[in-house]
Design a protein around this ligand. Structure first.
Ligand code: GDP
Length: 305
């Protein structure tokens, strides 16, 4: 966790430092507030949240007359936390569900998102976290669109100790997902993680496919969590993608990947606004241990150093 924090602060604190430096200027004139706005916009915070944050900061600096570096730092910390939100439920729901006949079935987590955002990697990392937590996990390789995805997932499965259920290349994703949950029930596994395909160019196809995967899995019992994987480096594009996915399936949480490769952590604020669901996990590298729960306090501390 310490290592993850260090990595987070390396990638993010230019944003926080920049804001603090601006706030600490002797004269907080219009130009400076504009620069603060630009800094937030450049970090992908989004227009409305940026305006809110700046308005609140202006008001509070004026009312409180805060000028000391510690005072400004605390003010910024508080306002960033207000913007990100500290009371959302950010746990990934992997608890058992109840099947059709009232029997316990594994917790089911669907992982969705555009190809290349880090879906398969995130599924593997999440499996590792769960197995380390003493849970038995079954993986469903329902990304039959990308040829290597099932192999990649199976490699993760072998590495972390989770069975992978896969179908023929180009097979029906919904039937693989169905089989994965069936296998999970047969094995009395704790959690079934389903990796899905994310081709965006045919929205109707995507809609049919993801909706169908979910409906078919629900023949066994409820899907506890639908995690949308978003690449933090894609900025506004990522938000457009998020919107499309939210239209086709009810997203319950966001995983923001590749946060190690960008200082644009503001996307966390923007995507939560856009979808109305919390960021639950962040990806901070390609390695097996580089997935962390998203903790607003730790994030903001890393941000402002
Ligand atoms: P998918 O097509 O969405 O399943 O994407 P993959 O899981 O294959 O990931 C695409 C690439 O992104 C791979 O090279 C991953 O190693 C890389 N990747 C995934 N998550 C992260 C992350 O948090 N940080 C970094 N730097 N790379 C990541």
């Amino acid at each position: 966790l310490v290592r993850l924090r260090a990595r987070l602060s390396r990638s993010q604190n230019s944003l926080g430092k920049g804001l603090l430096t601006l706030l600490s200027r002797e004269h907080l004139d219009e130009d400076t507030w504009e620069e603060i706005e630009d800094t937030l916009l450049t970090a992908d915070v989004g227009v409305a949240p940026t305006q809110e944050l700046v308005d609140r900061l202006r008001e509070r600096v004026k009312v409180l007359g805060t000028r000391t570096p510690e005072g400004l730092r605390e003010l910024l910390r508080e306002e960033l936390l207000t913007l990100i939100g500290t009371d959302a439920d950010r746990s990934v729901h992997t608890g058992n569900g109840l099947g059709k006949d009232g029997q316990e079935i594994p917790g089911v987590v669907m992982v969705v998102g555009v190809n290349g955002t880090g879906k398969t990697t995130t599924t593997g990392k999440l499996a590792r976290v769960l197995v380390a937590d003493g849970k038995s996990v079954v993986l469903g390789a329902a990304d039959t669109f990308r040829a290597a995805a099932a192999d990649q997932l199976q490699t993760w499965g072998e590495r972390v100790g989770a069975r992978t259920v896969r179908g023929p290349e180009g097979g029906d994703p919904a039937s693989i997902a169905f089989d994965a949950v069936k296998e999970g029930i047969a094995e009395t596994a704790d959690v079934v993680l389903i990796d899905t395909a994310g081709r965006l160019h045919t929205k109707t196809g995507l809609m049919d496919e993801l909706g169908k995967v979910k409906r078919v899995v629900e023949k066994h019992g409820p899907v506890g969590e639908v995690l949308l994987v978003l690449d933090a480096t894609t900025g506004q594009n990522g938000l457009v993608q998020a919107r499309v996915f939210a239209e086709v399936v009810d997203i319950t949480g966001v995983v923001l990947t590749k946060l190690d490769g960008t200082a644009k952590g503001g996307i966390i604020v923007a995507v939560q606004r856009e979808l109305g669901v919390p960021v639950k996990l962040v990806g901070l590298g390609e390695g097996a241990d580089d997935l962390a729960p998203f903790e607003p306090e730790a994030f903001v501390d890393a941000l402002i150093g």
